[in-house]
Write a protein that binds this ligand. Structure first.
Ligand SMILES: Cc1cc2nc3c(=O)[nH]c(=O)nc-3n(C[C@H](O)[C@H](O)[C@H](O)COP(=O)(O)OP(=O)(O)OC[C@H]3O[C@@H](n4cnc5c(N)ncnc54)[C@H](O)[C@@H]3O)c2cc1C
Length: 195
């Protein structure tokens, strides 16, 4: 990831990105224009971006890519070359663990380093969006919405409208997990209220 003219190693900073999505997003929002861009070479997976309407620049060299993005080509080429040269290629890449496959650059990258060297190269602008609000009605373990006297008969909450699950941060997958867990509970009770 390339932010404000400098490399930004979000993975190094947070180590377990699925538990620190919010911190990565905050880093992006603090940049001029609240944006960043990601660079891939042809060996890296870009399927998630392969769809109509996605803005992408493709080029045969990092220098051409830099020119297309309006940044200093020599700076970006030098940064990518340093990253590639410092990557420990003897350790197999394993995205499921902290694999120790490092790139000895500043800031350092201790895991999952993959050289960016095989053209063509792609870059995608990224910014932040709202994936869920996690802010709405308070619910008990069964999704019943209470007032000061206790659960309100026949009123349930689940999914995005359920408040109080997370604050300050959220683990990846918590949106769909809470929809399934509380949706199932609330649905079962609503269908069989005396069961
Ligand atoms: C880009 C993006 C990426 C995400 N990635 C992840 C992820 O990786 N992992 C994760 O866990 N979560 C992720 N989420 C969050 C997750 O998708 C949502 O939290 C989840 O889909 C919300 O489920 P829900 O049932 O509460 O609401 P919804 O899925 O929004 O369902 C509400 C439904 O109600 C319908 N509806 C609205 N009004 C009415 C009406 N008046 N009458 C009848 N029907 C109506 C809507 O059409 C909709 O089908 C992501 C969200 C976004 C936007």
């Amino acid at each position: 990831m390339y932010l404000n003219g400098r490399p930004y190693d979000a993975l190094e900073r947070v180590r377990l990105p699925q538990l620190h999505l919010r911190q990565i997003q905050e880093g992006i929002l603090r940049q001029p224009g609240s944006g960043s861009w990601q660079i891939f070479d042809s060996t890296l997976r870009t399927e998630e971006y392969d769809m109509p309407g996605i803005a992408v620049h493709r080029a045969d060299s990092i220098g051409e890519l830099a020119e297309a993005k309006g940044v200093d080509p020599s700076g970006l080429i030098s940064m990518v070359n340093d990253f590639n040269a410092s990557t420990d290629r003897n350790i197999p890449f394993d995205p499921t663990v902290l694999d120790g496959r490092a790139a000895h650059v500043s800031p350092p990258m201790s895991n999952w380093a993959s050289p960016i060297e095989t053209g063509s190269f792609s870059t995608y602008p990224v910014t932040c969006g709202i994936t869920f609000t996690f802010g709405g009605l308070k619910g008990g373990l069964e999704g019943r919405v209470p007032d000061e006297r206790g659960p309100i008969q026949g009123l349930f909450v689940c999914g995005e409208e359920l408040d109080g699950l997370c604050s300050g941060n959220y683990p990846g997958g918590s949106g769909l997990a809470t929809e399934m867990v509380f949706g199932r509970r609330a649905g079962a009770i609503a269908q069989f209220p005396t069961g």
